[in-house]
Design a protein around this ligand. Sequence first.
Ligand code: SAM
Ligand code: DTB
Ligand code: SF4
Length: 336
Amino acid sequence: MSIAVAKPAFVQQLQETGVSEIRHDWERSEIEGLFNLAFSDLIFHAASMHRKYHDPNKVQLSQLLSIKTGGCPEDCSYCPQAARYDTDVTASRLMAVSAVVEAAKAAKAAGASRYCLGAAWRSPKDRDLEQVCDMVRGIKQEGMEACVTLGMLTPSQTAKLKQAGLDYYNHNIDTSPEHYGDIITTRTIEDRLNTIENVRSAGINVCSGGIVGLGESQTDRAGMLQTLANLPDHPESVPINQLVRVEGTPLSDTDSIDAFDFVRTIAVARILMPRSAVRLSAGRAEMADEAQALCFLAGANSIFFGDKLLTTENPQHENDMRLFARLGITPLNHQQ
Ligand code: SAM
Ligand code: DTB
Ligand code: SF4
């Protein structure tokens, strides 16, 4: 006996018209239609897409290290590293190459396949970039993938990073074009898109996503994902962060978001960018195991692991491994 599954009209129309699943022409209203599906219909659609393009029981593990912390001249209103906000972050200078490579070795031993370096810069100075390039070479020598996030880059800087062997560059658009100016005033979303274009032109994989919980509306969430999905190429990696509310930042008192709304954002990202890795990024320390499991079901297939993100807490390694075991998830190795 076959069981008939009622498909939402929108999903049925997509399948019947044979519309390609890899699209770059999403209308805002279509994306809002996805967000407004009944929860089970949305998750079913996203999980089906996930299974078509990925092994649903594998999750890629990246580990983060803040190589230059705090003192940043930008005004991103979510960020504890902006010099203008009074937070507990202590500013530090750029780390030595040897210390970074030692930390990468330890992350590899713990199971990370990618090592990601973050610096609290608006954009790197050329002298500092040379040092970061040496860090990238050192990480690559350990047999790991390397990712860095250093702020805005020029084409000559992306060329240097590519030459050093960089695999991914992380540069988030953070929110929708309409909401962007309420969150950051010291650089525009066009500045960010220019850097993403420079990274892409250099042949480096693009890691770009955003933050949920900044006080944005559902149409802003749709607008953020629309901007990413309608790029000429989808980012290979799409981090979806839940705002980590840090005392002293302008957004520290923002209302927490409904866990199901966060899962919906992951699901819509999975449907819009089927081939990309969707990363369940910052915010896991405040998330129930059940909410994380729903994110994996909805198509998240990458996380940051290790006890720390850049300056804030992340779940303990043992807790993550226990959750993976309970869910039958195993780490994805980049050779796979
Ligand atoms: N300074 C560089 C830049 O902004 O491009 C690189 C580092 S910055 C910390 C990288 C990203 O971390 C930001 O774009 C933002 O998406 C994310 N982020 C920063 N603070 C966060 C917070 N409190 N909660 C969630 N995500 C955050
Ligand atoms: C991304 O999308 N999230 C990471 C990484 N890329 C660089 C950063 C999260 C930072 C959370 C706040 C903190 O720890 O300072
Ligand atoms: Fe600086 Fe990056 Fe934080 Fe913005 S997100 S304040 S650019 S470190």
